[in-house]
Design a protein around this ligand. Structure first.
Ligand SMILES: [Zn+2]
Length: 326
């Protein structure tokens, strides 16, 4: 019997929750902490169905009545809540002592628990201290330090972790129908920073095309600076949005791209954060010195810094070019 066969990565969670499920001994509350898109909902849903599952083999079986209802968010005993204010929590608490309608447990899953205000957290605390026997709470949050210490001390903390690019790639190719070419899928994955949720959202062809187009602008910008090519710099920057926030995002991403160039110059196996193809990046940086790469980094960083005070988009782009050519 395997528990959480369908949960990819996240071995710590598989072990902790897996042994709780095997032994049928549960904490009253679990905090699932992790960045956006790292699978917190998925873990809560899989755990709920594994807890309730009526199958005999792998847990969750995915086929029994309980599994099907829970995995489709259609079970009255497993409910997700957005409860950020004290009144929301009070309403939920009124239902705690009602008996479950069909399953052996009632599971309360709080989305974005880090957004709960202090009063709401205090209202929930009493229930966490003395919950009805068959109730289990899952508090999903991006940062558990926003939760009261008293809540954290009464719950078991689980962390969802970013997944490696290869794990996400294999998952998508093995489980999803997508017309994205491998190289484009890799571009989407490197932008996801290990978030499967982000990648699944971006499998939409139109969204992926927009993302790839934006990334091409960033790499074109950096490469025009590196090669001191004024006309290609003018051409690529003419495509930029004149919105200040858009330029800030673009320059921040450009810094990450140049950072990749600098680290791969030193170590061909370094972890990359922007470029999806290591091979292409190695080819690109062999044409340029580390000194030049670092100068470009400084020029962009200075542009970004000065932009914060008074400069406008065209002036900032010009001064970056001038500083990079010094
Ligand atoms: Zn089942």
């Amino acid at each position: 019997m395997e528990i959480f066969k369908n949960l990819i990565g996240n071995d710590d969670i598989k072990n902790t929750l897996g042994s709780a499920i095997k032994n049928r001994v549960f904490s009253h509350a679990y905090i699932i902490e992790g960045d956006y898109g790292t699978g917190k909902h998925n873990v809560a849903r899989l755990a709920s169905s594994a807890i309730m599952c009526q199958g005999n083999g792998d847990l969750p079986c995915g086929k029994c009545d309980f599994c099907r209802k829970i995995l489709n968010d259609n079970c009255t005993d497993v409910r997700f809540f957005d409860a950020f204010k004290v009144d929301d929590v009070r309403k939920i608490k009124e239902t705690l002592y009602e008996s479950s309608t069909e399953c052996p447990y009632k599971i309360y899953i709080f989305n974005d628990a880090h957004k709960m205000n202090i009063k709401a957290q205090n209202a929930l605390l009493i229930s966490l201290e003395e919950p009805p026997k068959n109730v289990i709470f899952f508090l999903l949050c991006q940062d558990a330090s926003y939760l009261l210490e008293t809540i954290r001390s009464r719950a078991q903390l689980l962390r969802t972790k970013p997944l490696s690019g290869d794990v996400i790639f294999d998952y998508v190719r093995g489980n999803m129908l997508s017309s994205l070419k491998d190289e484009d899928l890799r571009e989407v994955i490197i932008s996801s920073r290990g978030s499967l949720g982000y990648v699944l959202d971006m499998l939409d062809e139109k969204k992926a095309a927009e993302l790839i187009n934006a990334r091409e602008k960033i790499s074109g910008f950096v490469e025009a600076l590196l090669s001191n090519d004024v006309s290609s710099y003018a051409k690529i920057t003419s495509l930029f949005s004149m919105q200040r926030d858009a330029l800030k995002d673009l320059l921040s991403s450009a810094l990450i791209a140049v950072r990749d160039m600098a680290v791969i110059k030193k170590d061909k196996n370094a972890t990359l954060c922007f470029y999806a193809s290591r091979e292409n990046l190695i080819k690109l940086v062999t044409k340029h010195s580390l000194r030049k790469i670092l100068d470009i980094y400084d020029a962009i960083e200075k542009g970004l810094y000065d932009f914060g005070s008074n400069s406008n988009v065209p002036n900032t782009l010009t001064s970056i070019l001038i500083n990079a050519r010094k």
